[in-house]
Design a protein around this ligand. Structure first.
Ligand SMILES: [Zn+2]
Length: 77
C-alpha cells in the first residue's frame, strides 16, 4: 500500500491519535496505523477507525488523565 497523498512508502507503527471537538480533547495511545515515511500522514484501517470513534464517544475509561494548561496569546498574564 502507498500513501494516498504523496505516494510514499507506508510502515506499520503504533501512534498516538488525537481527537479534538470544541471543549473536548483526548488522546488514544498505541493505535496501530500505517505511517507514510515521506510526509508522515497516518492511515487507519476501517476497524481501527470505528474503535477510535468509540473512544470519542466515551465508551471506555481513560488509562490516565493529564492536566493541560491553556494559554491565551493576547491576554497573557
Ligand atoms: Zn505521504
Amino acid at each position: 500500500m502507498k500513501c494516498v497523498f504523496c505516494g510514499g512508502k507506508l510502515k506499520k507503527e503504533n501512534v498516538t491519535f488525537t481527537y479534538e471537538d470544541e471543549d473536548k480533547y483526548l488522546f488514544v495511545e498505541d493505535v496501530p496505523a500505517e505511517v507514510c515515511t515521506s510526509c508522515g500522514e497516518k492511515t487507519y484501517s476501517p476497524s481501527v477507525t470505528d474503535d477510535l470513534l468509540r473512544f470519542a464517544r466515551n465508551e471506555f475509561q481513560p488509562a490516565r488523565t493529564i492536566e493541560v494548561p491553556i494559554f491565551n496569546f493576547v491576554e497573557r498574564v
